[in-house]
Write a protein that binds this ligand. Structure first.
Ligand SMILES: [Fe+2]
Length: 174
């Protein structure tokens, strides 16, 4: 339901703006709203040879993140892994795949939480936009977790690379 000017009570943490055109609806800008030129964010090496990322947004509540990924041509295949939270991705360029099928440019993929799989690479570079709703766990050949990549992992790596200037952390709890 739309918020009208009469109903709106503005907490100090929100900005209420009157949209142009004489509308009676009050626009609401909430804390955490973001707008960033992705081209201005440098690529940070991902903890996997030949793969780089840009951390667009940190999902502190779920241990996830919104990320751009780039894997260079000829990079080794990503290891067997488990999605602790679900993942959605939109592949922008290049080809790669899982047993479910070959991913190409402008393909969307949904990986439910609990998915365990191992991708294959082709010989070209590929790039994608991905929303991780939780950590990704690397598994050894016995299915034992041997690594965890979550939003915090990506934040710390990106911070070391001066690639988090667009992000604001949620203040710590008292
Ligand atoms: Fe996956």
């Amino acid at each position: 339901m739309a918020i009208t000017e009469n109903e709106a009570e503005a907490p100090s943490s929100m900005r209420y703006l009157q949209p142009p055109g004489g509308s009676k609806v009050v626009a609401v800008e909430k804390p955490g709203a973001m707008l960033v030129d992705v081209e201005s964010i440098p690529w940070t090496p991902f903890p996997m040879e030949g793969t780089y990322f840009k951390l667009l947004r940190l999902d502190e509540q779920n241990g996830g993140a919104t990320v751009m990924f780039k894997t260079v041509a000829g990079a080794p295949t990503a290891p067997l892994h488990k999605h602790v939270g679900h993942l959605e991705l939109y592949n922008l360029t290049g080809h790669w795949g899982y047993a479910i099928g070959r991913v190409g440019p402008h393909h969307y993929m949904y990986e439910p939480s609990g998915t365990i799989h191992e991708p294959y690479n082709e010989t070209e570079e590929f790039t994608m936009f991905a929303v991780m709703r939780g950590p990704i766990a690397g598994l050894d050949e016995n299915g034992v977790v041997n690594s965890i990549v979550d939003g915090e992992t990506l934040y710390q790596l990106a911070k070391e690379n001066d690639a988090v200037g667009h992000l604001q952390r949620v203040p710590p709890l008292d």
